[in-house]
Design a protein around this ligand. Sequence first.
Ligand SMILES: *Cc1c(COP(=O)(O)O)cnc(C)c1O
Length: 399
Amino acid sequence: METQTISTGINVSPIVSMLNYNGRYGEYGGAYIPEILAKPLERVSHEFDQLAKDKSFNNEYIHYLKQFVGRPSPLYLAQRLSAYVGSTIYLKREDLNHTGSHKINNTIGQVLVAKRLGAKEIIAETGAGQHGVATATAAALMGIPCKVFMGAKDVERQTLNVRRMKLLGAEVITTEMGTATLKDAVDAALGYYIEHPTSYYLLGSQVGPHPYPKMVGYFQSVIGQEARAQIIAQEGRLPQAIFACIGGGSNAIGLFSGFLNDMEVGIYGAEGGGLAIPSNTAATLSFGKPTIFQGTYSYCLVDANGNPTESHSVAAGLDYPGISPQHAYLKDTKRANYLPITDPEAIDAYKILSELEGIIPAIESSHAIALAAKTLKNKNMLAIVNLSGRGDKDVDRDI
Ligand SMILES: *Cc1c(COP(=O)(O)O)cnc(C)c1O
């Protein structure tokens, strides 16, 4: 078997038994992991496949989505934004979820999976702290101990989220390795997981090895299912275009999955463009190349030697050099369009939505607003934009 090196510096081999249809989106996806994680991840994969078909599991999940998260989230007609753009724009209000974004849909689902697997603790890594808070929240809800790994630099920059996690009973483990940011937190969490394979590793986006992209896609699909039923109830027809921002790709696949078979619906993903030049961007699908990164084969931002590089975006949630293998497939097959939105364009949209609608969007979600405003200008089209999160976390910064 061919040996591959992933960013953790651990030598790994593709786990051939896991490279089945379910683990691949076209040629993308799969599981490029150290041998020692093959068994635990196969167990997660097998258990998830059973649970996804299990009525009682799905009912329990839906119960928490309704009673704890506050779903369904409204599909809100943004009248003043619509008039400003010259198209009819609905916002899918994931910002109104408990804890303020779509991330909670996934963390509750995966903590329920962990519980059924009998896991004794949940581990997760976080950059800006949003996924850490969503994980700590779900772990507190289910009464499972939780460890969140975080780079020392991020701990310093994100004091509010660190306090939230601690208040929720999570243990925040600081790593001083490397640049002491997200990538190093991933390495630290992976290292811990390898030593404690009875814990459950909770990934926060549609990335990483099989079965995570499939599982995260499943738990976020509630967004698209609701949105499709809501637009038909409210407008009597399907939208002509839908928009979401893309970090790892989880909120986007959540919305997109509800409309993939509706070929008349145009699908648009807004990447964190940074300055939209190769040396300063997080627009993986626009500027990256297919490569193996953090357990999966997908597009990635790479240097001249083909090694993964750092990304740059004003939005912490979009600041990731990798991307979901499913989005890589949707790009190549041209079912979806992916375009970079620059930092200044996103900041403009952040201010415009706040002033026009009384809704302060997350700076991540502002990328989707900006792409929609550009694409739909005076087109008189019907569209949905996923408002993945609220912007309270961004107000403190000088943008
Ligand atoms: C984390 C985050 C994102 C990016 O993650 P995806 O997996 O691409 O959805 C987008 N918006 C908000 C509000 C986030 O917190």
